[in-house]
Structure formats: C-alpha cells, structure tokens
Design a protein around this ligand. Sequence first.
Ligand code: ATP
Ligand code: MG
Length: 567
Amino acid sequence: MSQSEESTPAAPSSAIDFIRSIIDEDLVAGRHHGRVATRFPPEPNGYLHIGHAKSICLNFGVAAERGGTCNLRFDDTNPAKEDVEYVEAIKTDVSWLGFEWDGLFFASDYFERLYQFAVTLIGRDKAYVDSLSAEDIRAYRGTLTARGRNSPYRDRPTAESLDLFARMRAGEFPDGAHVLRAKIDMASPNLNLRDPTLYRIRRATHHRTGDAWCIYPMYDFAHPVSDAIERITHSLCTLEFEDHRPLYDWCVENLTVGDRPQQIEFARLNLNYTIMSKRKLLQLVQQQRVSGWDDPRMPTLSGLRRRGYTPESIRDFCGRIGVAKKENIIDMAQLEHSIREDLNKRAPRVMAVLRPLKVVITNYPERQEEQLEARNNPEDLSAGTRQVPFSRVLYIERDDFREDPPKKFFRLSPGREVRLRCAYFITCTEVVKNERGEVVELRCVYDPATRGGDAPDGRRVKATLHWVSAEHAVPVEVRLYDRLFSVEDPERGGDGQTFLDYLNPASLEVLTDCKAEPSLASAAVPLRVQFERLGYFCVDPDSRAGALVFNRTVSLRDTWARIEQRQ
Ligand code: ATP
Ligand code: MG
C-alpha cells in the first residue's frame, strides 16, 4: 500500500452508528412511509462551531446516504439574541462544509401556524393562560424531589384563556403579565412536563418579523411543531434534550395526525482546550479577547476556515469521531491530525524563513544567480517542480544555527557542513557578531559539486535546511497560532475562575520579518502551503499586495504534546 493510500481518510459514510441503524430499521419496516427527512436547526445567535459540524455532517450525511432530504432551519424564536448577520454566516458555513440543504426555513415562518396550534391546544383544554408571576411559576413548579402545585389559573375557563391569549397577541399586556402553558402534569417526575410555558410576551424586534409579534413561542413548542410541519422523520439532537423528549412527543401527538417525527439524541462533541458555547464564544468576541468570530484561534467554522482548515478535513474528523450515545472528550490532536493528513497530500511545499539569519556564501560569485529545481510535493509527483533562485546572500532560520552546538544538534555550527534543500552543501567558516555579541551573519563556503543536494564523492551531512535568496525573497508577516486556552477543560471553574482566566497568553505570536521564496509573491486566499520543515500555512484575508500575511494552520508534528511532556 502506498503512503497516500494508507492516509486516505476512513470513508465516514460506511460506518454504521446507532442512529444510522435505527434509520435503516425504520426503512426496512416501512416506517415514515419509507422516507428519511432530517434538518439542521441552528439558533442564529452566533456563528457555527466545530460541534455544529458534527450535527451537520450527521443530519446531511444520513439524508444523502439514504436518499432522503435535509433542511436548514433557523430556530429563530428568541429575537433578543438573534441577528441576520448570524443567519448569513451560518448559511456560508454550511455551504462551505460542502452540504446543500433541500429546504431553507425559519421557525419564524411558522409563527402564524404556531399561534393557531396554540389556540387549538387551548380549545382542547390542553393549554391555558397563566397569570402567575415568573417567580411564582418557578415556586409552584417544585423541584426534583418536591412535586409541583397547580397554578390557581390552571382551571380558568377555556373561553377566558382564548380571550386572554388573543389579547396577549394584540399587545394589551406588558411583558411577563401572562404566559401560555401546556396543561400536562404538575406532579410529573420530569420537570419538563410540569405545565411548561409555550408562549411568553416579549416586546423585541425580530430580525425577520419585525414588530409583528409581541408574543414568542418557546423552543420546546416551536421545535417539535416545526419538525412536524416540515414532515421531518428523524429529529436528531444532542443528549441534553433527552429529558425534553416526552414534551416533544406530547406536542406532536396533540397537534399532528399520521406520521410523527421521532427525536433521537446523540452525544455532543466536546473538544479539549476549547469551549463550544456560543454564549461564551460571543463573550470572547465582545470583550475583544479575539479579533472576531473568525479569529483563527476560535473553534468556529469561520475561524477554522481562516486558520486554513479544509472542509474535507473537518468532514473527515467528524467521520472519525463517529456518533454515539455516550459523552466523551475528543483530543484536539485528532482535529489537527485530520488537517495535517489532508494538507500533507495536497499542500505545495515552499520555503520560507520565519526568523532570518543572513548567510553570505563567500566563494559564490558576486552578481551571479541561478535557478534550482525544487519538488512541489514529494507526496504527489504530479504536482511537478518549480524554480527557486539561489544567490550569494541567503537567509536561513536563526534556530538552525548554534555557535556552541549541544550534543544532538546536527544543524549548522562553525566548521560544520549541512545541505541547503535542493541546492548545495555549505560549510560555516565565520560567525559575524554585532557590538552586543549577537550573531548577525554567517560566512559560509559552498561546494559547487553538490548542486541539487548530493555529493558526488558520497559524503553525507546530517541536516538539510530550508533557505531563501535574500535578493529575491518576499517579505511576509506570519501569525503563529497556538491553543486558545492553556488548560484541557477551560470550563472547569474552581476558585472563582471562569474560562476567561484560562486563556493562553501565548496563543498568538506575530512575526513581521519573515522571508518567503518568490513563488509566493502573488499568493492569495485560499492558498494553503507547507513551509518546509515548519508546518502548514495559509494566506490570511488581511493580506495586501506586497504585504502578505500567512497563518500557521498546524505544525508538522504534534509539538504541543512534546511541550507538555517537558513541563
Ligand atoms: P451552543 O450551546 O453552542 O450555543 P446550541 O445547542 O445552543 O449550541 P444550536 O444553534 O441550538 O446551538 O444548535 C444547532 C444544532 O447543533 C442542535 O441540534 C444542537 O444539538 C447541535 N449542536 C450544538 N452543539 C453541538 C455539539 N457540541 N456537538 C454536536 N451537536 C451540537
Ligand atoms: Mg440550542
């Protein structure tokens, strides 16, 4: 097996998880009329993150594999926190991930129908208008150990509830004066069934319906009804909704005839060294702890995209982590593995020096230059070769030289010979320092017989360095990103700490004096490359003509693990 075949991502669709098994059984049994209809239902109150990608890959994935449909539906029932900016960003991200929705819907499209459904429930004595204060409602609800008590308004006449509900809609009452509640069971062990609120009065301008409404349905009502309206067959959601399932079922049983959607819960994605709550991510943005939702350190899809992640790598990651019922925490290294593997196959190799040290090849003619041939990708010979200019003055990486090399340091040092990638062997003959004693320049000699990187006499060197020709180099800025948080579980709290206390102060290092080979002069988004020996990098949208900016997507190996071991 060749190396590239070995690293082909496991085909995610071939794995049968418990959800796919249920759906396949339903298909065999002819349930839901042999249909599969799913939906991805984000609330437009923030940007999508990598956790959402798991849900997107699942919902769109099973629908595509089983010849079904998948809708994108915005659960926009909470106007105070929602915004069109988020709607647009979510659409962009879902498309970027590579999925096409069948229907594009908004829960707000259903406000009139939801209202009519609520009226139907009142008419059937399944809902009532409660006039207790929010505090009293809470007190009457009871606790996990104490049963709830019926509201004194629970048995108000249907006609009165109908009248009050219509007047709630008409704007006759202030916020909080009344709510509409389902009439289920105040003694239920499941708190979600203790007459949950279905509607509340909230004067807030909605990003789509404006001021048409001053009452808004609760998620637990809007969600099952929206699923039923769209004839969803399998309503896939995360485990925290397991306790809500009886309410979900109550809503669809009381409001629909025939085929009913079925809710199935799966474990959400948890990743170490990051957070995934939109509310907390919004805090990072608002407090300017990051540059925005698409800051390359954010776990958002827009952040990962800007960081250089490919949609393929994220889909591969979601396929690898699979779908199960049990909560777990995935190591960030797994996400990094997926992007490394993808870019290893397709990112062209180029040379760039991040912290330049000047090297003068004293025996190379002054005004001479030549073009050397370099392979674009040793993993993919069809990627071909390019010409890289070589001349008398070069830059190498400052780290690649040590005046007093420790034992296992095989790179350049006084008197030592090393190879310059695709160029020549060079030997360091002199170290030039400034008045502060810092090394500012190396003088070297090259061996013309080693052109292309091999010595005809078979002599060997222990290191190969990357380099750029000073005269031809393109100046670039490079942003080195590291994990946003310095601890595995930023939400662990303790000692009055919050996730904000665990931000990694070294999560961004900006290098402004980097030098790249001239083939990058016209690089533009979305170019992703490997800087040889350093890692994978991509062009950042901040780039301007003559002022390119590169982001480090990921290093070549998992250096983080090594750093942690050392500590
Ligand atoms: P957050 O807590 O990050 O704000 P949310 O659940 O409130 O997430 P929604 O917009 O309601 O965000 O989520 C849309 C869909 O994505 C839901 O079906 C939800 O279950 C799913 N989802 C959200 N977070 C994750 C996650 N970490 N892993 C898997 N699915 C997720
Ligand atoms: Mg939610």
